[in-house]
Design a protein around this ligand. Structure first.
Ligand code: 26W
Length: 804
């Protein structure tokens, strides 16, 4: 624990600022004030970090390495202060210096090194791994540019580069002494050593230096500090002469230059597989180097190391670990394979076919010749072993190499000892459909680990008002044991508490309304229902269904201006992949509908539409505490889990949901009476697919209210649309509405009517909000991680659990 007084902190801060900038802190910009604060905090915790590293080496504790192509940590100042127990000392000290912690914290950039759910989950997990007292580290890529910055011009999404490192990054430490070489290209020649053993010799490879940048992951009040290691690609020292042309030098830089902005849509790009191999190989090499310092027998490797792969993006760890064990450490194939399988585990995050990674064999062969040989051998042995047991047909369906491609999910499953989905329904679908053949082969590998979130960021940091209320009413234990939130249930009929919940929500809505006014110039009424849909833009997530509801409501208000229903503000936050044309058309549509609705005097502010630009972790922290309704309306069977559903519920928003992903488990936790469920079930969707009985045009023709809404897309009712209206209309009518929006339209409207009615009964609503907060504890990533640790990684806490 760091013991420091606010007097000492003030002295240190003032002095450090002058040492860095040669002027005093009052003259500094917000960013400079933040940077010095960050550096100071780092100085305070460095000793603890060193101690943690020494302790786990000394005790030879098992370590888990979480390999992920994406991490979305959000700003780190407040969470570090809070976890270190320094918040009040620093806030007080700063206040005495005339600075405000909240304002200084705004000087930090939010590293957008991920696309969405998968990357944010990785960061919630890093927090929980550290806070649960486990030794576990992240391994990923230090992208020079993060996910693009989104701007709207004329309602269209424009992408700008996210130069997050422009002013450096105070938290990271460049570790040149831990750099490794990653090889690409060239040829493999098999040669014999003196003993007659074959070993591969690499010729003409392109050698890239992988330099790690380490950022500590601070556990909650337990002195535990893990490491997030992100790799950067550079020209190896002394080899500059090998990279003579601008082009050759550029090729190296490119590897870690920018995050691919695709979420759920795989394109077989060469640079992407280079990124994947680069951080997988660098990570495995550094693990091997660590393991060797333990001087243990190789057979103990899986007892000391667990490697977890976040989706298939790091699946090349399978052949890479094999390569090192075989070629560099001289183990037999059987020994190496045993170790590899026992060490690696894999999480699947999507069942969308278009998201499944498959790489052209020729590409892998030319880029990674030795790795390809190893994949071929893994595949050959797999087939040879399984045909006698499962027959040819089934076995060939599970092959890694098929139709000239390397199937990464198959590689990940065959090369690991555990495969998990991220919510119960998702895991069931994997076992029964998507990965059924594998489930038949390896029933024991499959397991479910429903996702989770860290309440420390999503309530404590994002929602100080609710935190004060909770601390008052149920004590502080919920921060290290979120199940304690259940204690709130005892107050479900306490009018005083319900009123306070309403007041907290209102204050958060005002805070967000001020942001909207400032950023977009739109006035929104904080007493209106704040109806929120925040997530990547994708057809399956059905932001369009939300739009259809808005248009219908618009029509109703036009027809009956005196209709009484509570005001609503529809809030969207979403980025579309730059190449995803349809998703970008939906963005334009939402912006056009916003223009129409917000500027129609007859609406008398009954409905407003706000589409925030550049949605990300920091904006989520502002929006989620202000939400009344959480839109989780994906077509059943498509959303693996969802995690914004959990964050919103924990902040007292009521969920409007289809029975998809983790919504099912939220429903189980809060019941029908505290949530709005609508739409087709997964079974119903499946049966439509199987029987080909879905005909969207019939629904259109048969439902005048729906028809009117859809016609608005093409009859000029929505000014500013170009081809978008027609294209979207066609997707629904001509191309038979792939995601069954029209089928779910009526039940969605009906559920929305219930929202209106319930919102008018303030006490009822507040009580529902309370029940959601109280039941959100089971979605803590602390518990999810505990299950990963106990059931997959076989890892035990190295320090006692936190005490607040
Ligand atoms: C290769 C292109 C690509 C990129 C990213 C394919 C797939 C992905 C991710 C796996 C997509 C993703 O983020 N999936 C989301 O993962 C969350 C965390 O488990 C889930 O909550 C979401 O339901 C799921 O869509």
């Amino acid at each position: 624990m760091i013991a420091i007084t606010s007097k000492q902190f003030k002295d240190d801060y003032v002095k450090m600022f002058e040492q860095v900038y040669a002027y005093n802190y009052q003259e500094g910009t917000r960013r400079e004030q933040f940077e010095v604060l960050g550096s100071l905090i780092k100085k305070y915790y460095m000793k603890d970090w060193k101690k943690t590293i020494e302790a786990y080496k000394e005790n030879k504790e098992k370590q888990v390495y979480y390999f992920s192509m994406e991490f979305l940590p959000g700003r780190m100042l407040k969470s570090n202060l809070w976890n270190l127990g320094l918040t009040s000392v620093v806030a007080t000290g700063l206040a005495e210096l005339g600075l405000d912690l909240d304002e200084v914290a705004e000087g930090e950039v939010d590293p957008a090194l991920g696309n969405g759910g998968l990357g944010r989950l990785a960061s919630c997990f890093m927090d929980s791994i550290a806070s649960n007292g486990l030794s576990g580290h992240g391994n990923g890529i230090r992208y020079r540019y993060g996910l693009f910055k989104q701007k709207f011009i004329d309602g269209y999404q424009i992408e700008l580069p996210e130069n997050w490192l422009r002013n450096g990054n105070v938290w990271e430490v460049r570790k040149e002494n831990k750099a490794v070489i990653v090889r690409f290209g060239g040829n493999v020649v098999m040669e014999q050593d003196e003993a007659g053993n074959l070993y591969p010799r690499y010729e003409h490879t392109r050698n890239i230096l992988a330099v790690p940048y380490d950022t500590p992951q601070v556990g909650f009040r337990n002195g535990n500090m893990n490491n997030l290691r992100l790799w950067s690609a550079e020209i190896p020292y002394g080899e500059e002469y090998l990279f003579r042309t601008e082009e050759e030098r550029d090729e190296v830089k490119q590897i870690t230059e920018v995050l691919y902005p695709d979420d759920s849509n795989y394109e077989g790009r060469r640079l992407r597989i280079k990124q994947e191999y680069f951080f997988s190989s660098a990570g495995v090499q550094s693990i091997i180097r660590y393991f060797k310092t333990l001087e243990e027998d190789w057979s103990l490797f899986p007892d000391k190391i667990a490697i977890h792969i976040n989706d298939t993006h790091p699946a090349l760890v399978v052949p890479e670990l094999m390569r090192i064990l075989l070629d560099e450490e001289g183990l037999s194939w059987e020994q190496a394979w045993e170790i590899t399988k026992k060490t690696i585990s894999y999480t699947n995050h999507t069942i969308l076919q278009e998201a499944m990674e498959r790489w052209n064999i020729e590409m892998i062969q030319s880029l990674l010749p030795r790795i390809y040989q190893i994949i071929e051998e893994i595949n050959r042995r797999h087939i040879e072993k399984k045909i006698p047991l499962y027959g040819e047909e089934l076995t060939y369906r599970t092959a890694i190499l098929q139709d000239g491609q390397v199937h990464m999910a198959n590689l990940a499953i065959i090369g690991s000892h555990s495969v998990n989905g991220v919510a119960r329904l998702h895991t069931d679908i994997l076992m029964e459909q998507t990965l059924r053949d594998f489930y038949i082969m390896y029933p024991n590998k499959f397991n479910n680990k429903t996702n989770g979130i860290t309440h420390r960021r999503w309530i404590h940091i994002a929602n100080p008002g609710l935190t004060r209320l909770l601390d008052d009413v149920i004590g502080e234990e919920w921060k290290s044991n979120p199940d304690e939130l259940k204690l709130l249930k005892a107050f479900a009929n306490d009018k005083e508490i319900l009123k306070r919940i309403e007041e907290v929500k209102l204050a958060n809505k005002k805070r967000f309304a001020a942001y909207v006014k400032e950023e977009k110039g739109i006035e929104i009424d904080p007493t209106a229902i704040f109806d929120v849909q925040i997530k990547r833009l994708h057809a399956y997530k059905r932001q369009l269904l939300n739009v259809l509801h808005i248009l219908d409501r618009y029509n109703q208000l036009k027809d009956q201006p005196d209709m009484t229903m509570p005001k609503r503000v529809f809030i969207f936050g979403a980025k579309a992949a730059p190449s995803y044309h349809y998703a970008k058309q939906i963005i334009k549509l939402i912006n056009a509908v916003a223009e129409l609705v917000n500027n129609d005097q007859e609406m008398k502010d009954q409905i407003k539409v706000v589409f925030v630009e550049n949605y990300g972790v920091s904006l989520a922290e502002l929006i989620i505490p202000a939400a009344d309704v959480s839109e989780q309306i994906s077509l059943a069977g498509k959303e693996a889990s969802g995690t914004s559903n959990m964050k919103l519920m924990a902040n007292g928003a009521l969920t409007m949901a289809t029975m998809d992903g983790a919504n099912i488990e939220i429903h189980e936790a809060v019941g029908n009476e505290n949530m709005y469920v609508f739409g087709l079930s997964n079974e119903e969707v499946q049966s439509y697919y199987e029987n080909h009985t879905y005909h969207s045009r019939n629904l259109y023709e048969g439902n005048p209210r729906l028809k009117r809404v859809l016609n608005m897309l093409i009859d000029g009712s929505i000014p500013g649309l170009h081809d978008e209206g027609q294209d979207i209309f066609d997707s629904l009518i001509k191309f038979n509405d792939e995601y069954f929006l029209l089928k779910d339209f009526d039940s969605y409207l009906q559920a929305q009517r219930h929202v209106d009615q319930d919102y008018l009964d303030r006490e009822k609503w507040n009580k529902m909000a309370l029940m959601n907060i109280a039941q959100s504890g089971r979605f803590s990533a602390d518990y999810t991680i505990q299950r990963y640790a106990e059931e997959i990684w076989l890892l035990h806490p190295r320090v006692a659990e936190a005490k607040s």
